[in-house]
Design a protein around this ligand. Sequence first.
Ligand SMILES: Cc1cc2nc3c(=O)[nH]c(=O)nc-3n(C[C@H](O)[C@H](O)[C@H](O)COP(=O)(O)O)c2cc1C
Length: 166
Amino acid sequence: MNSETPMSSDLFKQSMRLLAGGVCIVATSDNGEWHGLTMTAVCSLTIDPPSLIACVNRGAGTRGIISVTRRVSVNILSDDHAGLAERFGSPALRGPDRFDSHDWTELASGVPALVDALAVLDCEVIRETELGQHSVFFFEVKNSRLQPDRKPLVHFNREFCAVQPV
Ligand SMILES: Cc1cc2nc3c(=O)[nH]c(=O)nc-3n(C[C@H](O)[C@H](O)[C@H](O)COP(=O)(O)O)c2cc1C
């Protein structure tokens, strides 16, 4: 292993690229208009209440919408969803246009749900705080829909990968 190097923003980015992460689309409905973005910074927090944290860049347009609607779906992507992850991570497409390529439905709470997601978690925003460039949202999970026979999509070192048992 190399010797320790003092932290810089480039080194921090390089370091975090080595942390493989599951890929989600966090989506919401603003008076019936759907919005969503691709995220890896989603993490389980507590079992009681069932909760998650999600860190959204303050430059993301969806951030302010989630702050207002306070209800989101966390759609955990499968290994055949790399194109979808790119679509929801691209500034070239915005808001409702991102939803055109795949089948989405609406949960009873009104949030969009990806029909063939590995899992869909229906969440309420219970807290929001800010650190640096990011808003940290605390979500309480109210309902979930699982398709555990599907395989997850993983993001590692700027590439989408599939998981293989070792
Ligand atoms: C694999 C991947 C993971 C991402 N993870 C995050 C994340 O955790 N938080 C975040 O704010 N943006 C993340 N992004 C970037 C947003 O998806 C991207 O900036 C998006 O265009 C924001 O859309 P919006 O401005 O319409 O909200 C990620 C993008 C990709 C492709």
